[in-house]
Design a protein around this ligand. Structure first.
Ligand code: HEM
Length: 338
């Protein structure tokens, strides 16, 4: 068959087909997929790139916050009345804030690359494509919340919501990456019920830890602007202690899971739990040091990187614990169930 002959069977989705007459009505992706095919390495590298891009956007937001550049561009979507970018009078705060907005453009390009790489596979995996599109919608959500954050002059609850929405984007990127990597791997045996429960609990505890972390930030001094930005009406000390206790619960669950998964058939779960523990301990150390040293800016940014890595770790442990369960039900990463 000549290379540019459309191959209707595996590459034509239900959406591509017209309802009447049976003739395929191609979406642009369907048209392209009939002509170009990308390999698994392209999909794996694109999905890994989107994890890195999601982490960078979290770090970028942190840099804007700790440098007090949150209102460097006081409006959205324009930076200031009539100007898309910052003007010379706005100084370096304008440049930092606008630079972060430009980072969103790079993020969009990477997410677009993941969608294309997923769609142009010889055997497209619907679950991977769906998670890639999920990233697109979460970028849109983040752009909207980012705009609202500026409009409400860095209201700390909205800032926290923005951080959590960025963490959702990171979740979608991590799931896409995991599913893309899993496509060519042999099925693994199901993990024990106890390991699966511990994996669920670890994910939930880490989510609580991160949400409480945003409250610590919301009550803390890094408001995102040099002007008088109101803070959340809680005691900084009390929420920091709760944050620390939540960290202890999460590490306890991770240690329990690693011990439980020490049996043949669960080595992937044990290895990922071990990696989670290592990253978590480093993150905990940064957290304690920054809390006792009046929150130096560089440490706060490092703590943000750590929080992203810890969350990716928790998602990977969860997916590893559930991987065998999926295989036992005859589901692969490419199957229709996400
Ligand atoms: C080890 C796992 C930990 C994770 C995943 C984590 C995660 C987070 C997150 C997501 C934030 C909010 C970032 C933001 O909204 O910009 C935060 C803030 C914070 N965390 Fe942690 N944290 C951990 C451990 C700790 C520990 C053990 C302490 C020390 C008690 C600590 C102290 C702080 C402080 C003081 C802040 C506020 C920083 C600021 O004002 O910007 N963290 N953490």
């Amino acid at each position: 068959m000549p290379p540019d002959t459309p191959q209707p069977s595996s590459r034509t989705t239900g959406r591509d087909r017209s309802i009447r007459g049976g003739a395929p009505a191609r979406t642009p992706f369907g048209w392209l997929a009939a002509r170009v095919c990308l390999g698994r390495p392209a999909l794996r590298s694109a999905s890994l790139a989107s994890v890195v891009a999601a982490i960078l956007i979290i770090v970028g937001g942190g840099v804007v916050r700790v440098t007090g550049s949150g209102l460097g561009c006081p409006d959205w979507p324009t930076c200031i009345d009539g100007s898309l970018g910052p003007t010379a009078e706005m100084g370096w705060h304008g440049i930092v804030e606008f630079g972060n907005r430009l980072l969103t453009g790079a993020l969009c390009a990477v997410v677009g690359w993941v969608i294309i790489a997923a769609r142009l596979q010889r055997d497209p995996a619907p679950a991977v494509t769906r998670w890639a599109w999920m990233q697109f919608w979460l970028v849109v959500l983040n752009a909207v919340i980012g705009g609202i954050t500026v409009w409400v002059k860095l209201n700390p609850f909205v800032v926290a919501g923005h951080f959590l929405a960025a963490t959702l984007l990171l979740t979608a990127a991590a799931v896409t990456w995991h599913k893309a990597r899993e496509l060519d791997l042999p099925p693994v045996p199901a993990a024990s019920r106890r390991s699966i429960n511990l994996g669920n609990a670890l994910l939930a505890a880490t989510a609580v830890l991160i949400v409480v972390g945003t409250v610590v930030t919301g009550t803390g001094p890094h408001a995102g602007d040099s002007a008088d930005v109101p803070r959340m009406p809680f005691s900084w000390l009390a929420v920091t202690v709760i944050h620390g206790v939540a960290a202890l619960v999460a590490i306890g669950l991770a240690v329990a899971l690693r011990r439980t998964a020490q049996r043949p058939g669960e080595t992937a779960v044990a290895a990922k739990a071990g990696m989670f523990i290592a990253v978590f301990l480093a993150q905990g150390l940064i957290g304690v040091v920054q809390a006792f040293t009046h929150l130096p800016e560089a440490m706060v940014v490092l703590h943000l990187v750590g929080s992203a890595l810890v969350w990716v770790g928790a998602v990977r442990v969860y997916l590893a614990a559930h991987g065998g369960e999926r295989a036992a039900h005859g589901l692969s990463a490419g199957s229709n169930t996400a």
